[in-house]
Write a protein that binds this ligand. Structure first.
Ligand code: GRF
Length: 200
């Protein structure tokens, strides 16, 4: 299965995908795409000899309007947003319907939406005094964090003393759940039935 992984920063989820023993023989990461040229995740891609591409209107970048063609030419089966901060253009969403997934570091549909990224999410969870949090993997639609949820992992955070502690605990689970969902997708074990996403 051909993957394109979209990143904006650190790239620990990209690393988890590339290090996954279970995914090793079933996925081929064709390209790592970022909205920022200087992101750490590009260094990880380079270590694995994976081509990188920056999105934008400058020369040598892929423009947002040519993104859909670019992904089609690479025969991408699944687009994985792993810390990607920009909205995916509507034509890409249409052309890759139910083939774009995102990982969010909280239990959607709470604590999502515009501006809810990075530590903002964990700060909001901390301030709410919620007792549970955890990653959500969902299909991507036209707006931030609103697509149907594929998988979630609920973890106890009743004893945490800081948002950083929540982030740390959630990240451990992110690195497990994202490769898990990608594997299920590759195996054709994710389906939508009665409007709900099921993993079979
Ligand atoms: C993760 O917490 C992910 O859930 C969110 O952005 C962060 C990316 O981290 N969407 P990394 O770049 O994968 O380390």
């Amino acid at each position: 299965m051909n993957l394109a992984v979209f990143v904006s920063g650190r790239g620990s989820n990209l690393q988890a995908i590339l290090n996954s023993a279970e995914l090793k023989d079933i996925i081929d990461v064709k390209v790592v795409v970022s909205s920022r040229q200087d992101c750490k995740a590009f260094e990880i891609a380079k270590q694995f000899s994976i081509p990188t591409m920056t999105l934008g209107e400058k020369e040598g970048h892929i423009s947002y309007s040519s993104l859909s063609n670019f992904l089609s030419e690479l025969k991408i089966d699944l687009v994985v947003l792993a810390g990607f901060l920009k909205l995916i253009p509507v034509d890409v969403i249409k052309n890759f319907k139910n083939r774009i997934i995102n990982i969010h570091p909280a239990l959607l549909p709470s604590f999502g939406g515009k501006g809810m990224y990075g530590m903002n999410v964990h700060q909001a969870v901390f301030d709410s005094s919620a007792k549970v949090s955890g990653p959500s993997v969902h299909f991507v639609d036209e707006t931030f964090d609103t697509g149907k949820i594929i998988a979630q992992k609920c973890i106890d955070i009743s004893d945490v003393k800081s948002p950083e502690e929540i982030a740390k605990r959630v990240l451990v689970e992110e690195h497990k759940i994202l490769p898990y969902v990608i594997k299920k997708f590759a195996e054709g074990k994710i389906r939508i039935f009665n409007g709900r996403v099921e993993i079979i």
